[in-house]
Design a protein around this ligand. Structure first.
Ligand code: C2E
Ligand code: MG
Ligand code: MG
Length: 766
């Protein structure tokens, strides 16, 4: 026994397939909804489910037609006729039953009587149309002959077609077949569209079409999803989308569209797009033109695929494969790539490239005693300090150093080995400075999970092309140099032999000799006057250090100060300068000559430890002068270290009554916000600008700008290196406060300076 599914229940199959092969419907009164709703309960059978499924499968093949009529004879006749024609009749005697039947067995077509008690056919039709699946259902209304109004009403209610009673089955049968076929085609079309939309959604591909003649633009749902906007109307769609294209990619898009007019195949390109929420997406597009038979462009079609996620993943994969997970520094592979590139560039441009190879001292011991996880944290912290000390602050004193730092690449080669690549090295010397900074940065203890850990490092340095022309040799030699540093007692750096030779002999000699210079009193301070631009009066002196080396002769500060800084000698030399200047000022005060403030230059290294201001106060006190007689000059490099500490010290220095000048202004990288924070009184405009104010409009503008900036911030301005009368006149016209330079006087030893002072003041008196 089987069952045919009809909404709300099943017919026992046995009654349909009777002996003799006669049409079962003849022996079966087609049941109404009301009649058979209870039947499933009656349906017995051990394997009823399995049977039912089979029957359902069978029935699926027969299109289901819902017949709604209050007249039992019509229902019967139609039911039989449909069944005979291989259709599956579902019968309902009134509107309510019809709606239930529709919900339960989803007919493919409805034959609906217009006139029924209760809900009219029109109401049923409207109700069916309002159902989620009802909008495309073919509904044929059965009206009385000649009832034109009913026909009109039927269409108004949403009917697909109508037939008049009495029904001529043959005509109706054909019409039903036609409607069923059309309905099923429509369904298939919708299914296909649905599948396409789903596929688009999965692939994040949106599609669109633009009719060139009308400008009508239609896009798929996914297209608008990608752009994150509601579907605009067809007239404004294109404009809306092009507005969202990243401004930098608009030309690119334009070119792609143009070439699309000229070629038959698709044009492919990527561009960025900005959504309303500010997020940026990367799209891959493909556009193509359709031409009419005469070759005129007719319609443009395109797809847009959202590649953002893919790009992000690719980016991530690339990052992971080239970076060290623990420290986020580049890994050995990336280092090799960068080194290859640096060598190629250096070869072309004649630069040098430097490699610093750092190995931590006794790292193994830390790992063994404190465990690997602390070892890992230490490596991560070391990486941070390396980045800080190499790239460190955004403030660097000299342009050369800034450049070297910008392009540097820090990598972890494995274990406790790090490498720093400096691709543009003008002076081998600067590599030593970087190595020293790195070692200094490791000095402070690391606090890791409650442990204070101290770790030093040894640095080997190689230089392309001195120490090797290829990456392998350079790295091997850096490794050798690193071991040499370890042998020298660790926590130091060592050049590979070849570049050692290139390190000017002079410098080596300097290092050796500089240590003795203080003890053997080889230093002397020269003084250069600062002149008021308006009055022409001498208003101050700058003390400039000179070194008389018995064998080398006079060595300029530009040559030996960096060496002294690196050797850690600058603090004691700086103290000597302060003492010498104070003693001199005391002497002048006593004798009543050269009675203007004396400025001394302070090295950033002198600010590394707290207490500079206190030390200056002591020195001033010991010399017995008033602090107002002393001024200090600093460079922007001071803030490379602990900016807060520097600011505290400077405030203290000013509180003593001294003025602070920011030296060489304009050559460093001071941001204005730093300038505001730094407690200074004066800006000294670097000679580099003054030199060309007469013939370089940019330098003139910058100088004038700095003077104005200084005035706006309440700072004095001093022009350095004034050598010509024209420069002086120009600076005076710009209302620069003071000047310093060869035009008035070179830096002079004390005796000569006193003569100058006498000459100037004798003239004044005379
Ligand atoms: P600075 O402080 O900017 O000093 C000005 C430099 O410009 C001096 O060079 C000076 O001789 C030079 N100069 C002055 N007027 C002219 C001019 O009209 N034309 C030219 N071509 N040059 C002029 P110097 O004495 O060689 O000093 C160089 C730098 O060394 C100084 O630059 C300063 O940064 C540093 N320095 C000098 N003495 C000391 C010191 O006692 N301690 C520290 N830490 N640094 C010092
Ligand atoms: Mg100076
Ligand atoms: Mg200067």
């Amino acid at each position: 026994m089987g069952y045919v599914p009809v909404f709300g229940g099943v017919f026992p199959r046995g009654r349909l397939q009777d002996a003799g092969g006669r049409s079962s419907i003849e022996r079966r009164e087609p049941k109404t909804v009301l009649e058979h709703t209870a039947e499933p309960k009656d349906a017995p059978g051990d394997n009823a489910d399995g049977e039912r499924r089979k029957v359902e499968d069978l029935a699926k093949k027969r299109p289901r037609v819902l017949v709604v009529d209050d007249d039992p004879s019509v229902r019967r006749t139609l039911g039989r006729a449909l069944d005979r024609d291989g259709l599956e009749p579902v019968i309902a005697p009134d509107g309510q039953a019809a709606l239930r039947a529709f919900d339960e067995c989803a007919p493919q077509l409805v034959l609906l009587d217009v006139q029924m008690p209760g809900m009219s056919g029109f109401e049923v039709c409207e109700a069916l149309r309002a159902r989620p699946d009802g909008d495309e259902l073919p509904i044929v209304m059965m009206t009385g002959m000649e009832d034109l109004q009913a026909i009109q009403n039927a269409y108004d209610a949403g009917a697909t077609d109508f037939v008049t009673k009495p029904i001529q089955w043959l005509v109706l049968s054909h019409r039903l077949r036609y409607l069923l076929r059309a309905g099923s085609n429509l369904r298939r079309l919708h299914e296909t569209q649905e599948r396409v939309a789903n596929a688009q959604r999965l692939a994040q591909v949106g599609s669109w079409e633009l009719e060139l003649e009308t400008g009508h633009f239609t896009g798929s749902d996914v297209l608008w999803e990608i752009y994150g906007i509601e579907r605009p109307d067809t007239a404004s769609g294109l404009k809306t989308l092009t507005k969202m294209v990243h401004p930098a990619d608009r030309d690119h898009l334009q070119r792609a569209v143009q070439s699309c007019f000229q070629q038959n195949g698709p044009v492919r390109f990527d561009h960025r797009m900005r959504r309303g929420d500010g997020s940026e997406r990367v799209l891959h597009c493909q556009i193509q033109m359709n031409f009419d038979p005469d070759g005129c462009p007719m319609r443009m079609e395109g797809i847009a695929q959202d590649l953002t996620e893919r790009k992000r993943t690719e980016e991530q994969v690339r990052f992971l494969s080239s970076h060290d997970a623990l420290t986020s520094l580049g890994n050995r592979r990336l280092f090799r790539e960068r080194l290859d590139l640096a060598i190629r560039q250096a070869r072309q441009s004649g630069w040098k490239a430097g490699i610093l190879y750092l190995d931590l001292d006794h790292f193994k011991r830390i790992n063994e005693t404190l465990g690997h996880s602390i070892g890992d944290s230490l490596l991560a912290e070391v990486a941070n300090r390396l980045v800080m000390s190499v790239r460190g602050a955004d403030l660097v004193t000299r342009g050369e150093r800034a450049e070297e730092i910008e392009n540097s690449a820090i990598s972890r080669l494995g274990g406790d080995e790090f490498s720093i690549l400096l691709p543009r090295v003008r002076d081998v010397q600067s590599l030593a400075a970087v190595a020293r900074r790195i070692l200094n940065s490791l000095e402070a203890p690391f606090s890791l999970a409650g442990h204070e850990v101290v770790v030093g490092g040894s640095v080997g340095i190689t230089v392309y092309p001195n120490d090797g022309e290829d990456p392998e040799t350079l790295l091997r030699n850096a490794d050798t140099a690193m071991y040499a540093a370890k042998e020298q007692g660790r926590n130091t750096y060592q050049f590979y032999a070849e570049s050692m030779n290139e390190l000017s002999l002079r410098r080596l000699i300097l290092e050796g000799k500089l240590r003795r210079a203080l003890e053997e009193s080889q230093f002397e301070l020269y003084y250069q006057p600062k002149v008021d631009l308006a009055s022409g009066d001498i208003v101050g002196f700058e003390g400039l250090l000179r070194w008389h080396e018995p064998e080398l002769g006079m060595v300029g500060p530009a040559d030996f100060i960096p060496v002294a800084e690196e050797m850690g000698l600058i603090t004691s030399i700086g103290e000597w300068v302060l003492q010498a200047a104070c003693k001199q000022a005391a002497d002048w005060a006593r004798r009543g000559v050269c009675t203007v403030p004396v400025a001394v230059n302070l090295s950033p290294e002198q600010f590394r430890k707290p207490g500079l201001a206190k030390r200056i106060a002591e020195i001033v006190h010991e010399a017995g002068i008033s602090p107002e007689v002393l001024d200090v000059e600093i460079t922007e490099g001071v803030v490379l270290h602990d900016a807060d500490l520097v600011i505290r010290e400077l405030k203290e220095i000013r509180a003593l009554g001294m003025h602070v000048a920011l030296d060489d202004f304009g050559t460093g990288y001071s941001s204005l916000s730093y300038l505001r924070r730094l407690p200074v009184d004066t800006l000294k405009i670097d000679r580099a600008f003054i030199k060309d104010i007469e013939n370089q409009p940019e330098d003139a503008a910058l100088t004038q700008g700095i003077i104005a900036l200084g005035r706006a911030l309440g700072l004095h301005s001093v022009a350095e290196g004034v050598e010509t009368e024209a420069q002086r006149a120009q600076l005076a016209a710009w209302k620069c406060d003071q000047m310093q330079g060869y035009l008035f006087s070179k830096p002079l030893p004390v005796a000569e300076l006193e003569e100058l002072w006498e000459r100037v003041h004798a003239k004044d008196r005379g």
